[in-house]
Design a protein around this ligand. Structure first.
Ligand code: BES
Ligand code: ZN
Length: 993
């Protein structure tokens, strides 16, 4: 019989048994050579599979035990179960207790063969995969230790009686393996050797292993869907940031680039995909099973987090552009229905745009994009095989809104941007993640603009990123973009970096940089940066260096070096509010804090001062840009007398807010109400957003902010309206349970009615769709706000449409309007409407339609329906795991669902955390989402209690969100206390006809 994986604790590890699951070789010291001719098939085949399945079930039950009582019981083959010590082990300084790999070994290339089973194992009921991997690496420093990442993999003994086989590629023999074990906390397979690996020699390490193909959305995992009433299973991967080690043992750090030779074994007739092009595919028999073996061309030199392996029964469509094969894969019915067509049409042009922008041809021969039924993030930039959530790739004119379409164009653009920035040139360590994600989040707008030039999509970065991130970056719990390499070690710390700061602040400051350098200079620097570091790694200052070279070559004047300017934005958290006093011409800056009483405890290298580029205009004339470098300066030009007014931060290219003296504010408000078009659209949106936020920070009175909404009866543009709605959301959150609510509704109804009528006329009584992209958005805003404020005509409209759908089974509602119509109709209705929508949700043939219904189902006013819906969120058969946390947040957005969702989350925290802990952004969204209405002392106490009660379970990627929520709750309490009376009076007065 073949060896079974055993679980022993080697003597030297007794101090920390819970840290190690062991594979201790009982047959030490004998080197064993395997001829290259012994193929993959032979290695994977045979009774080894059975042995590993047994081993896997052991691990599985241990994992369960761990989840249940937090104990690991190391079990050896004979069944003795030593108890872990009660005391916390002393921190150890052994290399395997460190999260970072030592620098001694550097991989050259890997051969990886994986065989995912798409049916559960008959005895254990588990889905598994088996694998065989070998890696050739160079020794950079003599060492007698091999550390290679490995997580939740179980190893099978090889022919040498060991769990790994080490051979020397060149010259002398390799030392034999002394002992081996799995260090589970730091996620290593550890091999201690009997002698040294020698500097500059290359070695070869092979292993055979098994893992669970779980539905956990990370590593090699499984996704399921129904097709013609038959359950289908897809094996797919999500490696970023640290889950490649869940698929095969690897040096799982972004700078450990290597070439990968991938082979997949899969059922005949299924499709196997990976980063490279298919090299060959043949039918073979392994373990008596008729299967297909597909191998792929070796990849370019790349990081492990960008690998992808997929086996499915999907179909595809394709085209070719300048020798690059472009394919879109999805469930067969989705492809048959043409849902991949939009993505296919847009990919070519976006790819061409980036080739030109980067001045570098697409580095690979093919670009596959695939829509997966279960996917945690929105999309993932695996090199040559980009994975998406279905809603992020599939488009159907009959079901998808313009917003769905925009998301597809921008997300494709974002991921394609990474093919160079991130994939070809990769940041050395995760602390620079902000540059990778921030860059892609900026240039996604440029690529999408190329794909849809009529949309003016570049403007939307102001609403989607700048305004969004201002809200969190104005809190004392914010953090700088850049982190120190040594501060980012554990996988959770890495995951936490995928936040709004990295994405949206990153995008915003890069846009500012590109603007003050000019796009030409920015591109020049970018191009030489990519050329210098292609197939290698860099740090963010390398980009600054290249941009500086470009600026210097171009003769661009700057008040300081690129590095010195950018340091003020990258190394300190937050952003400034720039105050312009037009009476005196003084310009000053200070750190903008949403709660001015909160205390900033983190010191800053730059004392919370920034080097600020200011684009501005006086009355109708655009002026020379101005650099603010210092706390307070005077610029005569900024004096404005008489009717002159000053407006700064044109198009909001700068990452800062602007405040003015009272007289200038009055003049700006006057321009809005008399001739608002004198101020460009983006800046109208800015004036509203700045005013509301300056008011929240007590820099200007709240009534001044409210006054910016008085001109709305003449405003027809999307961006200012959306900015208002975003800010009113805060008013709704704070006041929808109070006496302010009534007068506020009356005032807003009055303001939105002209807009509602405008679109009613434009669309011939709602018969047609506005032509402009922004107009389509604003039509939705008009209907949403009109219905929300109780405009009867609106409510009747949505109820009639929904009833017609229910009665005729023919949906008359335009896809753009569905989200808001469904929500309002379900809110106005009862169980009948809810059940109808639920059954439509369950039967939807495209994910974007399901998405609209899933969100609308949270709009009901019936507590029992909301509670039942909350229960559904934790049943993956009803709501996919990927959607659980966002559904809970939807319920919390509903004033009636708020407390139900909060009770639900705190009651089940430990379960939610353990089951859904893989989420990247989702945990911070969940915590922020269920607490954002918090504004009472009682709620604050509950929140603190929640933090204390769950200190042991933890909050994962939501850790920061707990503190942000506490900070926000305190600020909300104060804000309400100070503003309630004024606001009540203002709405009351203004609501009068
Ligand atoms: N690299 C990310 C995907 C990712 C996110 C992996 C978090 C691991 C953890 C990808 O490039 C990305 O940023 N996706 C975004 C979409 C984008 C348009 C902002 C996403 O998934 O939402
Ligand atoms: Zn990204």
């Amino acid at each position: 019989m073949l060896p079974v994986l055993t679980y022993k604790v080697p003597p030297s590890t007794r101090a920390c048994p819970q840290c190690r699951t062991l594979i201790q070789a009982d047959n030490m010291g004998k080197g064993f050579y395997i001829s290259k001719a012994v193929g993959v098939v032979a290695i994977i085949a045979g009774a080894g599979a059975l042995a590993t399945i047994i081993a896997l079930s052991v691990v599985y039950s241990q994992e369960k035990a761990k989840n249940n009582d937090n104990e690991v019981s190391p079990t050896d083959g004979g069944g003795s179960t030593p108890k872990p010590p009660v005391t916390t082990p002393a921190p150890s300084n052994e290399p395997w207790d460190k999260y970072r790999l030592p620098k001694s070994l550097v991989p050259n290339h890997y051969n990886v063969t994986l065989w995912p089973r798409l049916t559960p194992d008959e005895t254990t009921g588990l889905y598994i995969f088996t694998g065989e991997s070998s890696v050739e690496f160079r020794c950079a420093e003599d060492t007698n230790l091999i550390l290679i990442h490995s997580n939740k993999l179980n190893y099978t003994k090889l022919e040498n009686g060991q769990y790994a086989m080490l051979t020397a590629v060149s010259k002398a023999d390799a030392p034999s393996i002394k002992s081996s074990w799995l260090q589970s906390v730091t996620q290593y397979l550890v091999l201690q050797l009997n002698g040294n690996l020698m500097k500059d020699h290359t070695y070869h390490l092979s292993t055979r292993f098994t893992g669970e193909l779980a539905d956990d959305l990370g590593g090699f995992y499984r996704s399921e869907y129904m097709e013609n009433n038959v359950k289908k299973v897809v094996a797919t991967t999500q490696m970023q940031p640290t889950d490649a080690r869940k698929a095969f043992p690897c040096f799982d750090e972004p700078a450990m680039k290597a070439v990968f030779h991938i082979t997949l074994i899969h059922d005949r007739g299924t499709v196997a995909l990976s980063n490279g092009e298919q090299k060959e595919s043949s039918n073979v028999i392994i373990e008596g099973k008729d299967v297909q073996q597909t191998s792929f061309e070796p990849t370019e030199k790349m990081s492990t987090y960008l690998l992808a392996f997929i086996v499915s029964e999907f179909s595809f469509i394709n085209n070719t552009i300048d020798d690059v094969l472009i394919r879109i894969f999805a469930r067969t019915p989705a492809i048959t229905a043409g849902q991949g067509q939009y993505a296919l049409n847009k990919t070519g042009p976006i790819l061409k745009f980036f080739e030109n922008y980067y001045n570098s041809s697409y580095p690979l021969p093919k670009s596959d994009q695939i829509a997966l039924p279960d996917f945690n993030a929105g999309a993932m930039e695996n090199w040559g095989l980009i994975t998406y959530r279905e809603t992020a790739l599939l488009y159907d004119e009959a079901f998808s809104s313009n917003s769905n379409k925009e998301r597809i164009a921008t997300i494709i653009s974002h991921e394609l941007a990474h093919m160079w920035f991130g994939n070809l040139v990769t940041l050395r360590w995760w602390n620079d993640l902000w540059l990778n994600e921030g860059f892609a989040s900026y240039v996604e707008y440029l690529g999408a603009d190329e794909a849809e030039p009529t949309w003016n999509i570049k403007d939307l970065i102001v609403l989607n990123d700048i305004h969004r991130v201002f809200a969190v970056d104005a809190l004392t719990s914010s953090h700088p973009l850049s982190s120190k390499e040594e501060d980012i070690q554990r996988p959770e710390q890495i995951s936490e970096l995928f936040d709004a700061i990295s994405y949206s602040k990153g995008a915003s400051v890069l846009r500012m940089l590109s603007d003050f350098l000019t796009e030409e200079v920015f591109k020049m620097g970018l191009r030489t940066y990519l050329a210098e570091f292609a197939f290698g790694n860099a740090v963010y200052t390398d980009l600054w260096k290249h941009l500086q070279m470009a600026a210097t070559a171009n003769g661009t004047w700057l008040p300081a070096s690129v590095n010195d300017i950018m340091n003020t934005w990258v190394l300190q958290m937050g952003f400034p509010v720039v105050t312009i006093d037009t009476k005196t011409g003084t310009i000053s800056q200070r750190h903008f804090l949403l709660d001015p009483d909160s205390e900033v405890t983190t010191p800053s290298l730059f004392n919370y001062e920034w080097i600020v580029p200011i684009k501005w205009m006086k009355t109708e004339v655009v002026q020379e840009p101005y650099w603010l470098n210092g706390t307070k300066v005077t610029n005569e030009a900024m004096k404005a007398t008489g009717n002159d007014w000053v407006l700064a931060n044109l198009d909001v290219v700068g990452y800062y807010r602007v405040n003015y003296d009272d007289a200038n504010w009055d003049k700006l408000l006057n321009v809005l109400s008399t001739n608002h078009k004198l101020i460009q659209v983006i800046n109208r949106a800015q004036l509203v957003d700045d005013a509301f936020n300056l008011a929240r920070a007590k820099i200007i009175p709240t009534v001044r902010a409210l006054s910016t909404t008085k001109y709305l009866n003449v405003e027809r543009e999307y961006m200012p309206w959306d900015s208002v709605l975003g800010n009113l959301d805060f008013f709704y959150l704070m006041f929808d349970r109070s006496e302010v609510y009534g007068p506020m509704q009356d005032y807003l109804r009055k303001q939105v009615t002209p807009l509602f009528n405008h679109y009613k006329t434009m669309t011939g009584n709602w018969e047609t769709v506005p032509t402009g992209h922004m107009d389509q958005y604003n039509q939705v805003n008009a209907i949403s706000l009109a219905c929300r404020t109780g405009l009867e005509e609106c409510q009747n409209l949505v109820k009639t449409w929904f009833a017609e759908w229910m009665n005729t089974n023919n949906n008359p509602i335009h896809p753009n309007l569905r989200s808001t119509v469904y929500c309002n109709a379900i809110a106005a209705g009862g169980a009948k409407e809810w059940e109808f929508a639920w059954s439509e949700f369950r039967n939807a043939s495209i994910a974007s339609e399901a998405e609209k219904l899933r969100s609308a189902l949270s709009c009901t006013k019936q507590p029992w329906l909301l509670n039942r819906y909350l229960e559904y969120t934790l049943d993956p058969k009803l709501i996919r795991k990927q959607d659980a946390t966002s559904t809970i947040v939807y319920v919390a957005n509903n004033v009636i669902g708020q407390s139900l969702a909060w009770d639900f989350v705190r009651d089940r925290w430990s379960y939610i955390f353990n089951q859904y802990g893989g989420g990247s952004f989702s945990f911070s969204n969940l915590i922020n989402g269920v607490t954002k209405r918090f504004s009472t002392d009682f709620e604050l106490k509950q929140l603190r209690q929640f933090k204390a009660d769950n200190a042991e379970v933890g909050f994962g990627s939501g850790t920061l969100a707990v503190d942000q929520s506490i900070e926000r709750t305190i600020a909300n309490m104060k804000w309400i206390a100070e503003n309630r009376q004024n606001v009540l009076k203002w709405f009351g007065d203004e609501a009068k006809p």
